[in-house]
Design a binder for this molecule. Structure first.
Ligand SMILES: Nc1ncnc2c1ncn2[C@@H]1O[C@H](COP(=O)(O)OP(=O)(O)O)[C@@H](O)[C@H]1O
Ligand SMILES: [Mg+2]
Length: 261
């Protein structure tokens, strides 16, 4: 069964059509890189998958069930910046999600439950290479370390779907290369489906099993409000396509590929 089904989704803000007729099935365990020009609705799409925004039309299913109308622990998210809380320590940041879930029932974590949560948080920090930094505050960490912390914070909740919005976009190339190998390892080790927005094509092709492009088919200034972006390319990366197998672009649903543009 596919992890995420996006079925003819439109998103409009007032008179502005941002996304139109987005249909995509994302199989469980896929790593989808989402690319497209600035302002074409990539963040809006992620926010709909997160449950922060509702589609104007169409529906989104997660494992065949309508997406809950608000964010939940089954969907983790990491933004380019500001994913971690500056007033909490590294360990506090990773524990926060667990405490918030517990607080719905009893206020906070106590006794055995708290010990277990701390052990899990420490194991997660170890996975992202931040064991030595658990008492530090985010301001004391480099950009790369903050993003590793943001990944740990999301992954400790064992999300079924991890949403990444240009998570490595602000990092220098060396740090980015390191975090790419970490990201690959985390995706292999944790049973989750990833949707990552990126500006960086090399990053998209290095990490993803599938690269999907959003674009407006008509983009003259006077047409901007009336035409939203939609899927214009859908490129399978891994497993490699067999010779002779046709492209996954489905002109009936996704429109023509914009070859040669
Ligand atoms: N909450 C909102 N209210 C009104 N317009 C919005 C809102 N969020 C996004 N938009 C508009 O939707 C369009 C797509 O934005 P966004 O999803 O952030 O694009 P991207 O992430 O691809 O750069 C932009 O024109 C933006 O101004
Ligand atoms: Mg964006």
């Amino acid at each position: 069964m596919s992890a995420l089904t996006v079925d003819a989704v439109w998103k409009e803000y007032g008179d502005q059509i941002v996304l139109e007729k987005i249909s995509i099935d994302i199989e469980s365990r896929a790593f989808v890189a989402l690319v497209g020009p600035s302002g074409c609705g990539k963040t809006t799409f992620l926010r709909m998958l997160l449950g922060e925004e509702r589609p104007t039309r169409g529906q989104i299913l997660i494992d065949g069930v309508a997406l809950p109308s608000e964010p939940g622990p089954d969907r983790g998210v990491v933004f380019q910046r500001y994913s971690v809380f500056q007033h909490l320590t590294v360990l506090g940041n990773v524990l926060l999600g667990k405490e918030l879930v517990a607080s719905r029932y009893c206020g906070r974590l106590f006794g055995y439950a708290r010990k277990a949560a701390i052990a899990e948080a420490r194991a997660m920090l170890n996975e992202v290479g931040l064991s030595q930094a658990e008492d530090k505050y985010p301001a004391q960490l480099s950009g790369g370390m903050q993003q590793r912390l943001a990944l740990a914070q999301a992954l400790v909740m064992k999300p079924r779907v991890l949403l990444l919005d240009e998570p490595f976009g602000a990092l220098d190339p060396g740090t980015r290369a390191e975090i790419h190998s970490l990201m690959k390892r985390l995706w292999h080790e944790n049973p989750m489906t990833v949707v990552m927005v990126t500006h960086d094509m090399r990053e998209a092709f290095a990490l993803a099993t599938r690269v999907v492009a959003f674009e407006r088919r008509r983009d003259r200034p006077e047409e901007r409000l009336r035409y939203g972006a939609t899927i214009t390319r859908d490129i399978p990366i891994w497993p490699p396509r067999r010779a002779g197998q046709s492209s996954l672009i489905r002109p009936d649903r996704d429109g023509p590929a914009l070859n040669g543009r």
